[in-house]
Ligand binder design. Structure first.
Ligand SMILES: Nc1nc2c(ncn2[C@@H]2O[C@H](COP(=O)(O)OP(=O)(O)OP(=O)(O)O)[C@@H](O)[C@H]2O)c(=O)[nH]1
Length: 305
């Protein structure tokens, strides 16, 4: 029996090439916002493909949605860092649009990130005839040669018709290193990123007080989004979260002497979120008492149970 594989992949490409739609098709759940207008994906979006033989975690970097920043003087560090940290970067080229200077620049920069495996995906194959598709596949191959980028695979796919989607999943999984599942099975596969962030905050909040506060903590992410007006190469993700406890005494424990414990929790959680989403985070953490929330169906619903 072959070993279990796990790892990270991200889809990159110009706006509107179908990255979000493809992510949804692979994960099988709607996790990203799609729209016919470009650049609607405002926050980092990820999905997890759970399989018996593998776990594929799809990360989506915010900086990559802004071609103007990519075409600016230089790529921002965040993007390059993300590319270097994932196992596979899949560059998407829509079948119905010619390869342009934006694609050429992106692939050229990506080619400099040596260790990461690169895959080319020709998307929206349902929109063109086989002749045009063939031309596009050749053009993508030529672009690889021209920029010194070694495509591990060139895959045509249609997220809308579903054609080749499972083949793409197989190919991506095949490129992952051996490793155990990095996230619990099932639980997180179809939850939005807020739930994953809430989970990280909850873990940090329980650190060191598990015995005192066994199951009395719930975390709700109230708001999460990229801060407006930031320079494109210095994005900041604002996260506002509430830690719910059952009693006032627990609130005291959670906050600590003059807020010292809450600050520690906040710092630990922030680092986890940053590591996972690949973007700097401003985390606003508050503690509230939701009396007996475990027994109150209305509270439980509010807390997402
Ligand atoms: N016909 C067809 N349309 C597609 C396919 N995939 C995506 N689209 C359409 O293309 C448009 C853009 O798709 P998105 O998934 O939002 O593209 P994106 O690359 O995530 O866009 P940004 O978030 O702006 O970067 C939407 O109108 C989709 O419905 C496909 O396989 N076939």
């Amino acid at each position: 029996m072959s070993e279990h594989k796990s790892g990270f992949a991200c889809f990159v490409g110009r706006p509107n090439v179908g990255k979000s739609t493809l992510t949804n098709a692979l994960v099988g759940t709607k996790v990203a916002i799609t729209s016919s207008r470009p650049q609607t994906t405002r926050t980092v979006v990820r999905g997890i493909v759970h399989r018996p033989d593998a776990q594929l975690i799809l990360v989506d970097t915010p900086g990559l949605h802004r071609p103007r920043t990519l075409l600016g003087e230089r790529l921002n560090d965040l993007v390059v860092t993300t590319w270097a940290e994932v196992d596979v970067v899949a560059v998407c080229f829509p079948a119905d649009e010619k390869i342009g200077p934006g694609d050429r620049f992106l692939v050229g920069e990506l080619g400099k990130v040596r260790r990461t495996t690169k895959v080319a995906v020709v998307t929206k194959t349902d929109t063109v005839d086989p002749g045009r598709l063939g031309e596009q596949l050749l053009a993508v191959q030529a672009l690889g040669e021209e920029t010194g980028t070694d495509w591990a695979e060139i895959v045509p796919v249609s997220a809308v018709s579903g054609d080749q989607v499972s083949l793409l999943a197989d190919l991506l999984v095949g490129l992952l290193p051996e490793g155990p599942p990095l996230y619990p099975d099932g639980e997180l596969s179809d939850t939005p990123e807020e739930a994953i962030v809430a989970d990280l905050v909850r873990e940090a909040a329980l650190e060191g007080v598990r015995d005192e506060l066994p199951h009395s903590i719930a975390v709700v992410v109230e708001e999460m989004g990229l801060r407006e007006g930031r320079p494109a190469d210095k994005p900041l993700l604002d996260v506002h979260a509430i830690v719910f406890v059952e009693r006032d005494s627990q609130k005291g424990i959670m906050i600590g002497h003059r807020g010292s414990r809450l600050r520690e929790v906040g710092t630990a959680a922030r680092k986890q979120i940053e590591a996972m989403l690949g973007t700097p985070v401003y985390l606003d953490l508050r503690v509230k008492v939701a009396k007996d929330w475990q027994r109150d169906p209305k509270q439980l619903r509010r807390l997402g149970f």
